[in-house]
Ligand binder design. Structure first.
Ligand code: ATP
Ligand code: MG
Length: 474
């Protein structure tokens, strides 16, 4: 084996990232310039040299990003005495038989490339650029016959389309820099158990925060770097300089706030007008939201049903079951409910009509639709009729049982080609249904005096409000 000097001295946080190996999934994330990518390429090399004939893969979302960051960087950094880069296969082959593949993954169509693949380590660079489904798919490729530690190590800044799922998977699980044993769940949220032993399926996950201040090498070489970050807009500065996960640049509904838009369920008075809004889907989920308008014109989304892989007849049956005896004024549906099925020749809306759910077609215009959603979310000044004091309220309120819609709204990201539109996102189905519903109504009423609904216990015996329905499946 050739003796070579590695031109890299890890900073303390990078050291922690390298040393953490008794885990299944690690995320090294936060501020820009903390040394995350540098740590990735050296970690991959150290692993390759420590474990002969091991196989690793490093992902970026697009080929240009891969080329610019990982390929270019490894070509400069990796000592040639240790291995060779194969240009056509985009992989490093080292003298001990280890391989590090460099690849991009930006659509479901890339999954079959990895059907029979096995990796000891999978590394995602800029994890928030990816969809969760791709990440979990590749988790199943983490396998092999050699007695090596196997794990996924990723790096990222906050923001981008994957912000919400990455935050939930790594940031919100508990104290940072501590390994958490997370009981895995299936897509309906039910805990998973080993089919043979019945033992709970546990993942060991850890989040290591990165800060620019961790990287004195960068600050020495470029003392003005922090000054430039400080000149960014507040949101971008928080994200890039502080690695803040609570806000992120590009968030479409910046006005969404749990405190203002999410309410505890209460019994809805019978006389309030109710309507339903639906987004069509089979592989993508079918979504039904139930809305009720109070006497002042405030809209409450009081129930949601979100589930994929249901036939139209099953979607209609669930809708009916959950609606029960409630009086629904009308149901507005995505225009694709009117597309005839190739096999039965019947359009989904006909199935719904037969089941007793007539439907009107949604206005699908996106930009005006999102504007309408924003109008309903926008906080307005309301004067309390008793005290005369002014406070802020929004016209749209969501029962806290509607977890899918509550997760989805703040996750929506601005389309980089059209700042007035929402970029495609795996969670956009519930916001789409909401948009169809709001486009079926006038803009929100501006009213100052309000008849406040009386908060009710979550479940009561004579209740016409059914708590079931907050079922989330993607
Ligand atoms: N231990 C180190 N010694 C010397 N230089 C380093 C070290 N770690 C990182 N650097 C240098 O600091 C700069 C920023 O590092 P890097 O690109 O890894 O940051 P990052 O956290 O991936 O940033 P971004 O969030 O923008 O992707 C690079 O020029 C890199 O070469
Ligand atoms: Mg980087």
């Amino acid at each position: 084996m050739p003796k070579v000097v590695i031109p890299y001295e890890p900073q303390p946080r990078q050291q922690l990232y390298h040393q953490t190996i008794c885990i299944d999934e690690l995320l090294y994330g936060g501020a820009a310039g903390g040394g995350k990518s540098e740590a990735t390429i050296w970690d991959a090399l150290m692993y390759a040299m420590t474990y002969p004939e091991s196989r690793q893969i490093i992902f970026r979302r697009t080929f240009p990003d891969l080329q610019r960051s990982i390929i270019a960087r490894t070509l400069v950094a990796y000592p040639k005495a240790l291995g060779k880069y194969n240009q056509s296969k985009h992989e490093w082959i080292f003298v001990n038989g280890s391989v590090v593949e460099l690849a991009y993954f930006d659509s479901d169509s890339h999954k079959p490339n990895y059907d029979g693949a096995e990796y000891d380590v999978i590394r995602w660079e800029e994890l928030t650029h990816f969809e969760e489904g791709w990440y979990t798919f590749m988790l199943s490729r983490l396998r092999g016959s050699k007695p090596y530690p196997r794990y996924i190590k990723s790096t990222t800044n906050p923001g981008n389309v994957g912000h919400a799922w990455v935050k939930k998977r790594f940031i919100d699980i508990g104290e940072w820099e501590k390994v958490h044993h997370v009981h895995e769940t299936d897509e309906t949220g039910s805990p998973l158990f080993h089919p043979d032993t019945g033992a709970p399926i546990i993942s060991r996950r850890v989040f290591i925060p990165a800060r620019v201040q961790d990287n004195p090498a960068l600050l020495r070489a470029d003392p003005n770097y922090i000054v430039r970050l400080m000149q960014l807009s507040e949101q971008e500065r928080k994200q890039k300089l502080d690695g803040d996960w609570d806000t992120f640049a590009g968030q479409f509904f910046g006005e969404f706030s749990r405190a203002m838009h999410v309410v505890k369920p209460f019994r809805i008075p019978r006389e309030w007008r109710r309507f339903r809004m639906m987004d069509e889907g089979y592989n993508d989920p079918f979504v039904c939201l139930w809305g009720a308008l109070d006497r002042s014109g405030n809209l409450y989304i009081y129930r949601e049903f979100i589930r994929s892989k249901l036939l139209s007849s099953e979607q209609a049956a669930h809708t009916k079951r959950l609606t029960g005896a409630e009086q629904i004024d009308y149901t507005v549906g995505d225009t694709s409910f009117w597309n005839k099925s190739k096999t039965s020749g019947e359009a989904p809306f006909e199935v719904f009509v037969k089941a007793g759910i007539p439907m009107i077609q949604a206005t699908k215009e996106r930009v005006n639709g999102w504007k309408r959603v924003r109008e309903w979310l926008h906080p307005v000044d309301v004067v309390d009729p008793v005290t005369g004091e002014t406070h802020k309220e929004a016209r749209l309120r969501i029962f806290d049982t509607c977890t899918g819609l509550i997760e989805a709204l703040p996750s929506m990201v601005t389309d980089e080609h059209n700042p007035e539109d929402v970029a495609a996102h795996p969670l956009d189905h519930a916001p789409d249904a909401l948009r169809y519903g709001l486009m079926s109504r006038p803009a929100p009423a501006i009213v100052t005096e309000e008849s406040k609904p009386v908060p009710f216990p979550f479940k009561t015996e004579d209740d016409d409000y059914e708590s079931e329905g907050a079922i989330m499946t993607w």
